[in-house]
Design a protein around this ligand. Structure first.
Ligand code: HEC
Length: 135
């Protein structure tokens, strides 16, 4: 009986010793994954439509994410009044406690590609910059 109890405690202790260790490793793996630098984009510059389809649409094409839909001309009409410069600052830096993530989630997009995506979204709402680039 005594051996059984000792054996049992040994197993229990081993479990406790291993447990937290495994948890730390698991979390570290996750951290490494999210901190991994983005793969650089080596292809030709992507069009606004391509960037939108691959990244922005994940939120902006659905009503459930709180992100304004591209053809919502009332929403975009109000947002466009801030001007393209501010819209780009919010796109690059993220907006509203990162509900809108920095770079719209496309870490390897250039600023020009992001701008093309914003202009593509605005165009769906009939908003286009004038010759001076003013919305
Ligand atoms: C994870 C979801 C998500 C993704 C992906 C995303 N957005 Fe957004 N975006 C949002 C949300 C939510 C808002 C609205 C935030 C608010 O005003 O409450 C928003 C707002 C915006 C705005 C308006 C900012 C303002 O000043 O009113 C722009 C411009 C924008 N997104 C561009 C983009 C572009 C371009 C991409 C792709 C490169 C993109 N977003 C990807 C969630 C997302």
């Amino acid at each position: 009986m005594k051996t059984l109890v000792t054996l049992y405690s040994a197993i229990l202790l081993a479990g406790i010793a291993v447990g937290p260790c495994g948890a730390v490793e698991g979390t570290q793996g996750y951290r490494d994954e999210i901190n991994r630098p983005p793969e650089p984009w080596k292809g030709p510059p992507r069009s606004g439509e391509q960037v939108y389809a691959q990244y922005c649409g994940a939120c902006h094409a659905r009503t459930t994410q709180g992100a304004p839909m591209p053809d919502d001309d009332i929403e975009w009409g109000m947002r466009a009044r801030q001007g393209l410069k501010v819209l780009m600052e919010h796109t690059i830096g993220g907006y509203r406690q990162q509900l809108m993530p920095p770079r719209g989630g496309c870490e390897n997009c250039s600023d020009a590609e992001l701008k093309a995506a914003v202009l593509y979204i605005l165009k769906q709402s009939g908003i286009e910059p004038d010759a001076k680039g003013k919305l």
